[in-house]
Design a protein around this ligand. Structure first.
Ligand SMILES: [Mg+2]
Length: 386
């Protein structure tokens, strides 16, 4: 039955998404500590007897990061965003799988279409997550959520998602993370003190590591501490705009609607060279141009107040063959260093054996930059870290 008092803003997040789509084709990895990362190297080998042999984390050498880990790998301390070589110290025997973005995009479309068949008001916020407004759907939210899960599982050959339901996007997003995998967490406004307040402040999307540690030094560890914090003290540390936002966030107040249209889909910069450049012979010059494009895209994003999650490159060779590659970073960013690193990951997946006439860098899956990220512009030395 439809009950208008039920929370109807929904956040849906696919469970350990990349690695789960890999397990669909490698079912022998079910229940195994495994990660996806490190570009397209380390393809599984099929042995004479038909069994597969996988690379292990300890085999990896390079600067790649974990894009997703199975829950078994997380139990060993291996999480997305962690360097692969660092995670090898924690879980040397964990299986390492190459990234296959075509595959993740394919299942992403299936997942989103499945949800759309039940609840059409969807805001796309990433390859594996969406907000959905369930207002106007004539059923109770538990029933709708269950139909969504069933539809997603059916459409994706068995992938699971976790659902958070609340009166705001901010609380729904926290809620979807509370009972992973295959969770359903409903947090009506009246339950915020019980369910949300005991959590660490960093669980709020918009309170990043820097703001978290500042809050911690003020003795504010949990979202509940923040809700009860002295507004004057917060304002002294964070300025008026962000401190007011922090207090609203702690009380679960967030009036942003689920918006079905993106204001802006992507931002990109590209350049055609005056002469075709050789990937080896002109390596240094290409590197400089590549860096400059990343800085320009980063500046475009900052000027317009966006952060993005997907970094893509475009290469056109002298024979006009054009290739594109995408890489999704664990956290939205406008940081030129993050963009450059992700673009480098993309580049690793291109066979560079011909002269190049055009190079482009794009950031997509954009979101409006939130106040926390606006507070702490990161001073980085780009040339140190690329
Ligand atoms: Mg996910």
């Amino acid at each position: 039955m439809y009950d208008p008092s039920e929370p109807r803003i929904c956040h849906i997040d696919m469970d350990s998404y990349f690695v789960s789509t890999e397990i669909l084709r490698y079912p022998d990895l079910k229940g195994v500590a495994a990660v996806v990362g490190g570009g397209s190297q380390h393809q599984p080998k099929v042995m004479a007897d038909g069994t597969r042999q996988y690379a292990r984390l300890k085999d990896y050498v390079g600067r790649g990061v974990v894009t997703t880990s199975t829950y078994e790998a997380r139990a060993l301390g291996v999480f997305s965003g962690m360097g692969l070589m660092k995670s090898a110290k924690l879980a040397p025997e964990a299986v390492l799988l190459p990234t296959d973005f075509q595959r993740y995009k394919h299942y992403s479309v299936l997942f989103k279409n499945a949800v759309r068949s039940i609840a059409p008001t969807i805001q796309d916020v990433g390859i594996d997550e969406i907000y959905v407004d369930l207002n106007g759907i004539p059923d109770d939210v538990r029933t709708i959520a269950q139909s969504i899960k069933d539809a997603v599982r059916e459409a994706t050959e068995g992938l699971t998602c976790s659902i958070g339901l609340a009166q705001s996007k901010l609380v729904a997003k926290i809620a979807s993370d509370l009972q992973k995998p295959n969770g359903l967490t409903i947090v009506p406004a009246s339950a915020i003190p019980d369910i949300i307040w005991p959590l660490a402040v960093g669980k709020v999307n918009g309170i990043g590591p820097k703001a978290s540690s500042k809050l911690n030094t003020l003795g504010i560890m949990t979202i509940g501490d923040l809700a009860k914090a002295n507004p004057a003290l917060l304002q002294e540390t964070f300025g008026r705009t962000y401190s007011e936002w922090l207090l609203r966030a702690a009380h679960g107040i967030d009036r942003r609607p689920v918006t079905t249209e993106r204001e802006s889909k992507s931002m990109s910069r590209e350049t055609t060279f005056d002469r075709d450049l050789h990937p080896k012979g002109d390596r240094e010059r290409l590197g400089e141009i590549f860096t400059r494009l990343c800085i320009q895209v980063s500046e475009d994003l900052k000027r317009k107040g966006y952060v993005g999650r997907t970094v893509g490159i475009k290469l056109r060779f002298h024979d006009f063959q054009t290739v594109t590659r995408d890489y999704t970073v664990p956290e939205v960013s406008d940081d030129p260093v993050v963009i450059r690193r992700a673009a480098t990951e993309c580049l690793r997946r291109v066979k560079l054996d011909k002269r190049i006439r055009l190079l482009g860098v794009r950031v997509s899956t954009l979101e409006r930059k939130d106040p926390a990220q606006m507070r702490a512009p990161r001073q980085t030395d780009l040339f140190d870290s690329v």
